[in-house]
Design a protein around this ligand. Structure first.
Ligand SMILES: Cc1cc2nc3c(=O)[nH]c(=O)nc-3n(C[C@H](O)[C@H](O)[C@H](O)COP(=O)(O)OP(=O)(O)OC[C@H]3O[C@@H](n4cnc5c(N)ncnc54)[C@H](O)[C@@H]3O)c2cc1C
Length: 383
């Protein structure tokens, strides 16, 4: 039976970056996932994820985004892969929007490049968008989109290159208390390690039902790609940024056409509860109708655009939207890492670095990431 320093279960963006940082620090690491990095069931699968520095009043996430963007760019340069598209990120907000005001204040405080667009400037720069009267914009020119699946696979491949052992196995629920010596996988393999990290995204509530069954709620989220007319380049990167719409309470967001897949649009408001193993991943007629109505109002030129592709994915929400990064209360050497809550992808590098520091004793548990701060009710505070 071979023992390594750390076994990380789950090679989504959280687990893959955690394994990479641990390996970089000299630890022997195994990364286990039955479906592989960036698989279609995982929350990290799919084409693209927004990386933005703005987080309203939640400074820690602004700082982690800033730190993570540097690491994503470094990995892209090192691997020669296109992992980040600097499309810019445009926030649209109504007058008096406190979240946008906090975002502006914190980005200025931290020296993030930012443009404030008054209503007339917003309309003149982006005639493709019909904003509600009185809307204004904040533009982060240095931010953009991460190519999600490709990026997670690149992180895992970099780990493998440095010696992270990768296994296609699923952890079964660990038993006992105190010091966990091994985890048996669902195929019966015994995985021994000094420390275990469970970074199983929306599967965490199923693995630890007593502890997390009511603290992490996976929800159904629909994503659609629409096709602008042939030759219409107004929704292409360079002409059109990633957009986050705070003028609509459902907080829809859009991506320019990346990799020729069409104009991507989704609604951030939580859908119904969702089982990542068995739930149906086809769009609902209501979901399509909601998005088409929004397109007609905000991007009227795309009103009748054909639906080219779609995905149904899940958010894995904590009560507040703050991540869960804490020790399992029953085991001294087991860490729970998840609760990305619809905004975790971009933070993979900073999160993995933090988990590696927790394991080596160089960092302590952040209060807002603690298990104790996770309620069973749902009251989203972080977006
Ligand atoms: C539609 C959508 C849009 C989003 N948009 C954004 C965005 O724009 N920006 C942003 O920053 N974030 C965004 N997010 C959130 C972000 O993608 C997630 O927070 C993040 O990917 C979570 O990563 P994870 O590694 O925790 O989980 P996952 O990616 O789900 O990874 C968990 C892994 O664990 C594996 N696993 C499951 N059970 C076991 C087991 N028993 N043993 C071993 N492995 C196991 C799974 O196969 C999976 O690969 C979005 C999410 C969705 C769904």
């Amino acid at each position: 039976m071979m023992t390594r320093d750390v076994a990380v279960f789950g090679s989504g963006v959280f687990g893959a970056w955690t394994a990479l940082w641990l390996r970089r620090s000299g630890a022997s690491v195994a990364l286990l996932d039955p479906h592989g990095p960036g698989n279609s069931r995982s929350s990290s699968g799919g084409e693209s994820r927004i990386i933005r520095m703005g987080y309203g009043p939640d400074e820690i996430y602004t700082l982690w985004s800033m730190r993570s963007l540097g690491h994503w760019k470094e990995l892209a340069a090192q691997t020669g892969q296109r992992l980040f598209e600097q499309t810019g990120v445009l926030w649209m907000a109504l007058e008096g929007d406190e979240y946008a005001a906090h975002t502006k204040r914190l980005l200025e405080k931290h020296g993030v490049e930012l443009e404030t667009l008054a209503a007339a400037e917003l309309a003149a720069r982006y005639p493709q968008i019909t904003c509600p009267p009185g809307s204004w914009g904040l533009f982060e020119p240095g931010s953009g989109a991460l190519m999600a699946r490709r990026a997670v696979q690149a992180v895992a491949a970099e780990g493998a290159r440095l010696g992270v052992e990768q296994l296609g196995e699923a952890a079964a629920r660990p038993d006992g208390a105190g010091l966990l010596r091994e985890v048996v996988t669902t195929s019966g393999t015994r995985i021994s390690a000094g420390v275990f990290v469970f970074a199983c995204g929306p599967w965490l509530p199923g693995l630890f039902p007593d502890l997390l069954g009511r603290r992490i709620h996976p929800t159904r989220q629909e994503v659609m790609f629409f096709g602008p007319r042939a030759g219409d380049r107004r929704f292409a990167p360079g002409r059109f940024p990633v957009c986050l719409d705070l003028t609509d309470p459902r907080k829809p967001y859009c991506f320019p056409e990346l990799d020729g897949r069409g104009y991507k649009i989704a609604i951030d408001a939580h859908g119904p509860l969702f089982d990542p193993d068995s739930a149906d991943r086809t769009l609902t007629p209501q979901g399509i109708a909601d998005v088409r109505a929004y397109l007609a109002a905000r991007y009227p030129d795309l009103r009748n655009a054909p639906l080219l592709e779609s995905r149904v994915c899940q958010y894995e929400n904590t009560s507040s939207g703050n991540f869960l990064i804490d020790r399992h209360p029953d085991f001294n050497n087991v860490w729970l890492v998840g609760g990305g809550s619809g905004h975790g992808f971009k933070h993979g590098p900073a999160l993995g670095e933090h988990v590696a520091a927790l394991i080596s004793g160089q960092a302590g548990v952040e209060q807002r990431f603690s298990l104790a701060s996770k309620a069973e009710s749902r009251a989203r505070e972080v977006f």
